[in-house]
Design a protein around this ligand. Sequence first.
Ligand SMILES: Cc1cc2nc3c(=O)[nH]c(=O)nc-3n(C[C@H](O)[C@H](O)[C@H](O)COP(=O)(O)O)c2cc1C
Length: 160
Amino acid sequence: MSDVLCIYYSRSGNTKKAMEEVAEALGAELVQLHDSGPRRNALLCGLDAMKKTVRPVRKFQTERPLEDYRLVIVGSPVWAGRCAPVVRSFLKEYGKKLRSVAYLVTRGTENKNEEVYGQMDQYVTVPHCAAGSLRTGSVGYTFWQEEFLRQVQEILGADA
Ligand SMILES: Cc1cc2nc3c(=O)[nH]c(=O)nc-3n(C[C@H](O)[C@H](O)[C@H](O)COP(=O)(O)O)c2cc1C
């Protein structure tokens, strides 16, 4: 049973793929978050991301209680310069239970949207220890994913 959890939301598969790769490289548990309603209209998704009120995340199952993980890596697409509402909802409800967090976001533009990390930190007790921003199909994708893994492995090694 791993003490590292990779938990993510993905609407169109990019974050799912990125988090699957990271979980595999780390031997971590992988859990997908689901919305409690449909997300068909991209414009409404963007508008929803700008709101601070969010509907609750659908029930999910992890092997350990959230507070028992040494590190929780939270994956989200960037929506309107923010994390996805489902991820915000997860952090709002469970963020204070997480001992240590890292963020992996996927985006569609050149802008790395690194301000998202600070927004996500509002809901956790200790600010993130590592973060990465990936653009699917970009030249730098593998480089930045490996850099994220390097940061995480260093933290896990130092923490052991
Ligand atoms: C509603 C919506 C808003 C988006 N806003 C941004 C944005 O502000 N900046 C950006 O770089 N990409 C933006 N994107 C692109 C997504 O972040 C990108 O395609 C991401 O990899 C999708 O992840 P997913 O396939 O896991 O859902 C947006 C996409 C959607 C659907």
